[in-house]
Design a protein around this ligand. Sequence first.
Ligand SMILES: *Cc1c(COP(=O)(O)O)cnc(C)c1O
Length: 418
Amino acid sequence: MDGFSRDAQQRALLGGTPLLDLLDGVGGQTPAYFYDLDGIEATVRGLVAALGDPRHTVAYAVKANTAGSLLRRVAAAGGGADVVSGGELAVAEATGIAPSKIVMSGVAKLDAELDLALSRRLLGIQAESVEELERIGQRARALGVTARVALRVNPSVDIDSHAHIATGHDEAKFGIAREALPEAWRRIDASEGWLEGVGLSMHVGSMLREPGPYLEAARVVCEEARARLRAGGRLDYLSFGGGFGIDYGEGACEPPVAFARAALDLLRAEGLGALRLVLEPGRAIVAPFGVLVARVVQTKEHQGKRWLMLDAGMNDLLRPALYQAHHRVEALDAAPSGHPWRVVGPVCESADDFGLHPMGSEAPALVVLRDAGAYGYTMASEYNGRALPTEAFVSGGRVVHVSATRGVEDWVRRRLEA
Ligand SMILES: *Cc1c(COP(=O)(O)O)cnc(C)c1O
């Protein structure tokens, strides 16, 4: 599982191949995302193997990266999908992921999205409120099908002190509070068969560094599952969600298989080994296997400060501006060393700032923004009249597919049509 590395000459590599060579594969076009498909597929295979029993499902959280070439590898590795919209469902299904391995999350699923999900008979539609259950039931009745629903529980376990990124402040939007679960089950049981309560799910946040707090929340789900079974309900699966962290340069995280093994052990220890286990990792599957390559357009020095201005900005990689996230920025041809440069993008916003990065005295011509495979391209925009970046897919040491930027001319034409 390669992702990013450096060779003896300190050249930056992706999947073991010099990024400079891979850049030739896209005609030198920057900014460009590169993804190591072999690394991504191996990670999914590793997780599927860790769960062992084929009933269990690694439902890759598609919102992290929706590229078809990548989803086809997830499908090939035996992965499923966690989708949050009709668009993501359509893409996941078209790349060969079986509906029986797809779960749908989201607090405000549209009727049309529910209809699509119902017509495909997904593994589970994960309801995020009691009110939503009502609407799922209505759509099921209208279509004359039974809805396989799971209840997304808000376990109200405070993981924020452990998590790198705080998500607790708006958690209330997500999931059903424990106190409301009896009412949710009551509505399912009173639905005249239109709703079939097949599971319980949770997703407590992102960037968990180790399984401890994750298991704490999962125990709540197990407790609620046992209560449902005791009350005579039937359950098919439990989903413990995603949120497995990766190392953005701020210290190692437990690898995703450690979370998978811990989840499986917990399920058995809680006496629920007969149920299907679903995991929904996004970031941990793709982030370390993607990079964004950018060109240095301009440098500036003033009062001992040095700026490195790139042709990639917050419109290409939003996480630093949105979450103060840190992505290591490094020269393509030299390991990090020496005095720091302040690396910024071209967008007319102060938040378009990738932070301080050591890159020697001479400004490099090309840089790589590391760990950009998740929540990179999927969050990209055309802000400031900028074209969406190129994406290149790497396998077996070469670029096997390119989704080229549509260029600024395309943006101009579409804006004039607006
Ligand atoms: C975003 C999301 C995930 C994936 O989160 P990661 O931090 O990328 O692993 C899983 N489940 C749900 C419901 C989500 O919204």
